[in-house]
Design a binder for this molecule. Sequence first.
Ligand code: SF4
Length: 321
Amino acid sequence: MSEQLLKVRGLKMHFPTPKGVVKAVDGLDLDIAAGETVGLVGESGCGKSTTARGITHLIRPTAGHVEFEGQDLSLASHRELRETRKRMQMVFQDPYASLDPRMTVLQIVGEPIRNFKIARGKKAVRARVRDLLLKVGLDPEFERRYPHEFSGGQRQRIGVARALAVEPSLILCDEPVSALDVSIQAQIINLLEDLQDEFGLAFLFISHDLSVVRHVSDRIAVMYLGRIVETAPSAKLYEKPLHPYTEALLSAVPIPDPEKEAKRERIMLTGDVPNPLEKIVGCPFKPRCAKAFGRCGEELPALKEYQPGHFAACHLHEEHE
Ligand code: SF4
């Protein structure tokens, strides 16, 4: 078994508003081993991005524990948290928004190298930046250019180079390819996989699209309204999803085999997503679930292991056990 890198237990991210408390993340457990890629999927607004910000402590969690490389971040000092962020980097969806337009590539990628003292002196920083540009498939001569001079895919490569600059062990990628054309998406995903092989990196790969995370992820966690509702090794989840929400998400993914694709039945989700300000009794997916039955309106289903490594939060499977 690989070494445990990240352990999240009972993570809660609650935000008070004038109308009540929004529970963006409400009791989330997640593990990532060294060198592993975990895909975190769910519709937009389900709490995926807030989860990433809670894990990195960019936003302090309301409750719960995040243990990273054996350190409990809730007990970490400001200085320790800063050091942790060096090992746990983020890559964002919109590289244009996350790169300062007034800075050259040399300044953008060089900044964390200087801040974290990865290299000292202009010459050494520049050499490291040029090396990183090569690693992410960019010409080192681009170092003097500004973000607006690049395509979307190239900008995302700069974002990846900046994240890599501080030698992280985990990169949280928040919808890293959603803003890119399909052909460019594949190139960026291949790049991330190559870098993973070279540096033994672990990834949390956040996406609303199951077809994007399918090939990159060792394991997938499906999130619905602030909680994980199913998690399994990637192949198992695609082969036999246990949660009705995962079934619906998967039914929207095109199948490469034309025969199977012709028979693919799309599960349309009807019913409303519950108002996050209202207290939810029972299963939060119930208003949209075609398989709901009596117990679903009364009790919140717990995440339970039904097959080795395959967990789901659904009363249906408890009844079948
Ligand atoms: Fe559907 Fe009930 Fe399972 Fe929730 S617990 S997903 S409502 S069957």
